[in-house]
Ligand binder design. Structure first.
Ligand code: CMC
Length: 429
């Protein structure tokens, strides 16, 4: 193999530069030396939407989009979904290694004992309109938690960070469930620390008059698997928001509020909700062809299809399809599944989708399971946010402890007006 460098010839000046290549990348800052004159700022790379720019080095998540591979800290997602639990996977993603039994017990103990929220947060939630979207409530209230934990500002203290990590992973389901019950006008159900993470979430959502809520073990396990599948996905839009906002050294509640807001969008975590609305709108299997014609005419997007990184089947979608079958043994088959399967079947044979390498992503089937489990549509992106919280925190912590990282501040190519004089209003045309 040749030298690990890149030679660049600037045809404007005829000069040649040699820049190192590390991990298959050059450093954009090495381009700065390429100038046409002494007062030239230096060459920039232009990359809207970060299509070909690595913003960090990371040891958290590996994706091979062509082969459909997803690994957390080296462990294949399929193995974690089958053999791990959400809290164990959260430990793994944050600490880099699977926990020993005492480490896991300690971790679960701490998360379980931080599930309560301050009573004033409930009052804060009461201020939201009855039909407020739970994702808007979640983004608002998780940000508001920063005012309850002013110590969270000490982000450079590892013990302090750990405390906020316990709190955030523990309280996200409580905030989410309270947001849901607020929208129904139902009394809030408090956390039950005897239950598992997912079981307790179901309790806080669905407990009615019974003294003790008993989650169905199949649904509890399915929810845990869905949370595992959502834990992290390297530098996606919300992880990037978490890192970017966190790089200002704001507290993690404020940064998680920003990440939650990023996730809310229909091109990101809001897609699972959009898929369900799309399937309902299509209505029946025989209307699938008609809908796909609209997609190809650019009148609609096939929600739950396509991905910036995956150019083959999203491995999470495969696990979700299997999980759906287990859920349906308890809930009965969701008729929307047949519409989704038909969409997938036709799309995967159609040149429009084949040529663009568009395959089902994680959101394509998750909504169908959520609906079968009686989750209201509005709460789907909230479920994504709960699962993603450990990933956001791992990305945040890695950013803070990386000596190469600084406050995120991209450059721009200014293409606006040159200097001009202010024109008084009476002289403007
Ligand atoms: N339906 C129809 N056409 C599509 C779709 C789709 N779902 N996705 C991409 N395309 C087309 C797109 O119009 C473009 O065509 P052309 O080259 O002729 O202009 C081509 O495929 C490439 O797409 P792109 O928009 O350049 O790809 P991107 O990497 O910028 O966007 C995406 C990725 C996920 C935003 C996009 O595929 C999309 O909008 N999908 C639907 C929303 C969705 O399911 N989002 C969930 C993503 S997975 C969960 C998560 O990580 O948040």
């Amino acid at each position: 193999m040749g030298k690990e460098t890149l030679t660049i010839t600037d045809n404007r000046t005829g000069k040649t530069y040699e820049v190192p290549v590390e991990h298959g990348a050059i450093r954009a800052i090495d381009l700065r030396q390429i100038r046409v004159s002494d007062d030239d700022f230096g060459l920039l790379s232009y990359d809207p939407a970060f299509m070909n720019t690595a913003s960090c080095k990371s040891t958290i998540t590996f994706i091979d989009g062509d082969k459909g591979i997803l690994r957390y800290r080296g462990y294949p997602i399929e193995q974690l979904a089958e053999r791990s639990t959400f809290l164990e996977t959260a430990y793994l993603i944050l600490h880099g290694e699977l926990p020993t039994r005492p480490q896991l017990e300690d971790w679960i103990y701490h998360i379980t004992h931080h599930t309560m929220i301050h009573e004033n947060i409930k009052k804060f939630m009461d201020g939201f309109h009855y039909d407020a979207h739970p994702m808007g409530i979640l983004a608002g209230t998780v940000g508001a938690l920063s005012t309850f934990y002013p110590d969270a500002k000490n982000i450079l203290d590892p013990a302090n960070r750990q405390r906020q990590i316990y709190r955030l992973i523990a309280k996200m389901p409580t905030l989410a469930a309270f947001a849901y019950r607020h929208s129904l006008g139902m009394q809030y159900a408090y956390p039950d620390n005897d239950l598992s993470y997912g079981g307790n979430f179901l309790n806080m959502l669905f407990k009615a008059t019974e003294l003790k809520y008993k989650p169905d073990p199949v649904l509890e396990k399915a929810l845990d698997v869905l949370f595992i599948l959502h834990v992290d996905h390297e530098q996606n839009c919300s992880a990037n928001a978490m890192r970017s906002v966190g790089s200002s050294h704001v507290d993690p509640y404020s940064a998680v509020a920003a990440a939650t807001a990023a996730l809310y969008g229909p091109l990101h975590g809001g897609a699972n909700e959009a898929v369900l609305r799309m399937l309902r709108e299509i209505g029946s299997k025989d209307k699938v062809g008609e809908f796909l014609k609209k997609v190809k005419a650019r009148e609609a997007l096939l929600m739950g299809f396509g991905h910036r990184v995956y150019k083959s089947y999203d491995p999470r979608a495969k696990v979700i399809r299997q999980t759906a079958e287990q859920v349906f043994t308890v809930t009965g088959r969701n008729p929307l599944l047949d519409i989704a399967l038909e969409l997938e079947r036709i799309a995967l044979e159609d040149d429009f989708f084949v040529n663009r390498r568009l395959y089902p992503n994680v959101d394509f089937y998750s909504g169908i399971i959520y609906q079968a489990m009686q989750f209201p549509v509005d709460i789907y992106p909230v479920l994504f946010a709960i699962g993603r919280t450990p990933g956001w925190l791992a990305q945040w912590q890695e950013m803070l402890t990386d000596s190469e990282q600084k406050i995120c501040r991209p450059r721009q190519l200014y293409i606006g007006s040159a200097e001009r004089d202010y024109v008084p209003i009476e002289k403007r045309k």
